[in-house]
Design a protein around this ligand. Sequence first.
Ligand code: SF4
Length: 196
Amino acid sequence: MNLMEEKQQKLAKIAEEVKKCTRCDLYKKANEAVPGEGHPQAEVMFIGEGPGFWEDKQGRPFVGQAGKLLDKLLELIKLPRKEVFIGNVIKHRPPENRDPLPEEIEACAPFLDQQIAIIDPRIIVTLGRFSLNKFFPGEYISRIHGQARVIDFAGKKRIVIPMYHPAAALRSSIIMEEVKKDFQKIENFRKEKNVS
Ligand code: SF4
């Protein structure tokens, strides 16, 4: 088994654990778990908030309107969706898309942490404030979006680029322009191979 197959197998195991998880109450009202999907050795990993209506129906991340926008943004920078990994802070949909509670985020965090450790992405793009606050607690997205920072996470230096959630871009043309500009930065960082 090569490294990619090994990682694929580990990610599949996590996905199975997510589907059986009862660590918080969110599974009770959810339809499908959404463990995340993508390339097991992705250079770029996107982390959103949690499943919405369509994600909960299909068990896949970013498949609704915000997902369609994410696909377009990826096209803009010529980064195929199958080459990245897309996950969420929360793996089961909060009822009526309410904000996840701090205890739910904490209960779900080990899954995401394990996914990051396995995939080992060089670049992490946070989408929205909940994934931003995972890496930069207390920070505001309006203040630091688009500003890449190098942090130590899962035993390595990684570039983290905070961005607005695509759903926010769908609600505001001003944010849409910011998101497009921020996405271009992913391209620049992919060209720079030295993290620090
Ligand atoms: S949201 Fe996370 S912690 Fe809560 S039940 Fe689902 S997988 Fe488990």
